[in-house]
Design a binder for this molecule. Structure first.
Ligand code: SF4
Length: 333
């Protein structure tokens, strides 16, 4: 018999995937649906109802809507933008296992996400070729685990995707149980947007999984705008903190979403109120179809200097760019 769906799984099944429904919910011009359909043929629209509820009705420029509504701009070819701007294929150590930096590896656990962010650097990631770790047959999963088990320089395993919290608690447990016997793996990190876009994901089952990991665990959230942080998100973060999880946030600097000092300062304050430290502010990766989100380096630096003039140092995220082959995320200065 199939197990009944959890609340968060039911919420996921109710996500909006067609532009007409999204626009109707927001009272927006249905004429925006045709370009959205054209632009979403390769990477579909997807947004949770919880995230939708935080958008302003009647505002086509709402900063949360801009992150999820496909635009005709995505169809423009721009020189210097491609399918794999970070050359992640070069970093593959086993199917579903990437190593970019010393001491830590990324397990690509799933391709599923609760929402589809239009600027996503993995929007063209070849998930099926990578046989993502938890979705793959046991042999492929074992290949990735064998690499981690045999390389004692790996101190930290990062569960990535897609969004790893799209997996059931049972699948997450299978992954961390497999890592449990590797004593050189000292920390587990989870990169996820779900507590922000689907706060119901932080339920008893997830907390039980986290409690069972028995080693320092860091969750790196992904919020870009203060309007993303509402009371449900704050409650979800409070539960994670009460479970002993260190919470950090990485944002992406996006034109038309958060490219002004006021917005970034409010985001840092909202994160701190939720017990989350702002960590990185990324310049967007140059993935095809996302050039309209770009902010010039000089403007990005001006924004971060503006933040520094207003906020305590620990509330100012580090402005970075990922450069293929570099040994760490490169500060933009
Ligand atoms: S949640 Fe993360 S992986 Fe998923 S679409 Fe958004 S940026 Fe990409």
């Amino acid at each position: 018999m199939t197990a009944p769906l959890s609340t968060w799984q039911r919420d996921l099944t109710r996500a909006i995937t067609n532009p007409e429904e999204l626009l109707a919910n927001l009272g927006l011009d249905p004429g925006l649906a045709a370009p959205a359909r054209a632009a979403s043929s390769a990477f579909g629209l997807r947004v949770t109802r919880s995230y939708l509820a935080r958008m302003r009705r009647g505002d086509a420029n709402d900063p949360l809507l801009r992150q999820v509504l496909p635009l005709a701009d995505e169809l423009l070819e721009t020189s210097g933008y491609g399918a794999d701007p970070l050359q992640e294929h070069e970093a593959t150590r086993a199917p579903g296992l990437l190593q970019k930096y010393a001491g830590r590896v990324l397990l690509i656990t799933t391709q599923a996400c609760a929402i589809h962010c239009r600027y996503c650097f993995r929007r063209e990631f070849p998930y099926s070729a990578q046989q993502t770790a938890a979705e793959a047959g046991s042999t492929r999963f074992r290949d990735a685990l064998d690499v981690i088990a045999s390389d004692t320089s790996i101190e930290e395993v990062i569960l990535s995707g897609g969004d790893p919290l799209s997996l059931s608690d049972a699948r997450l447990t299978r992954i961390t149980d497999a890592l449990a016997g590797m004593r050189h793996v000292q920390r587990i990190r989870v990169h996820t947007r779900q507590p922000i876009v689907l706060p119901s994901r932080v339920d008893e089952g997830l907390l039980a999984w986290l409690g069972g990991i028995k080693r320092p665990t860091v969750i790196v959230l992904h919020a870009n705008h203060p309007n993303e942080i509402d009371s449900e998100v704050r409650t979800a973060c409070a539960k994670l903190r009460a479970a002993g999880i260190t919470l950090l946030n990485q944002s992406v600097l996006l034109k038309g979403v958060n490219d002004d000092v006021d917005t970034l300062a409010q985001l840092s304050r909202a994160l701190m109120d939720a017990g989350v430290l702002p960590y990185y502010l990324h310049l967007p990766d140059r993935v095809r179809g996302t050039a309209h989100f770009d902010v010039a380096d000089s403007e990005a630096q001006r924004l971060v200097e503006g933040l520094g003039a207003r906020l305590s140092g620990y509330l100012v995220p580090r402005l970075v760019r990922e450069v293929p082959g570099a040994p760490y995320k490169v500060p933009v200065s």
